[in-house]
Write a protein that binds this ligand. Structure first.
Ligand code: ZN
Length: 134
């Protein structure tokens, strides 16, 4: 994890200096490291911050600067926390599969994510809604 930690520190330094391009480049490496380590939540947070730096994800700008910095740990993996308890729209940049029909988001479009790391596509949501609301 020390690679990611160092890259995050370097990215923060670059961001403070106003070098957004360098910060984004470093943060992309961090996201790749997290992704390769199956740390999806951390990877998503880094990707969100990249989008904020790029000025794309304005909805998330109120999260402040580098909110994930405090979540970089050395040593054993900390207990999982689930701050988001309801459904959220999954990041389309992340490869994911509908947990019901097992089709990838590249095929079924955007997915809704649950706090348990599961996803549902529009077709399965429609079928489930019909079951629940009849
Ligand atoms: Zn589905």
């Amino acid at each position: 994890m020390s690679d990611a930690r160092q890259l995050l520190a370097d990215a923060q330094t670059a961001e403070v200096k106003g070098d957004k391009a360098e910060a984004i480049k470093l943060l992309r490496k961090v996201a790749e490291i997290y992704r390769d380590k199956q740390l999806g939540t951390k990877a998503l947070k880094v990707l969100r911050h990249i989008r904020r730096l790029e000025g794309v994800d304005e909805a998330a700008h109120d999260e402040g600067v580098m909110p994930f910095e405090t979540q970089v740990f050395e040593g054993p993996t900390p207990a999982r926390t689930m701050p988001e308890r309801g459904p959220v729209l999954a990041d389309p940049a992340v490869e994911a599969w509908c947990s019901f029909c097992c089709r990838p988001n590249s095929e079924v479009g955007r997915l809704v994510a649950a706090p348990t790391g599961t996803f549902i596509c529009a077709a399965c949501l429609k079928a489930a809604t019909a079951m629940l609301l009849t």
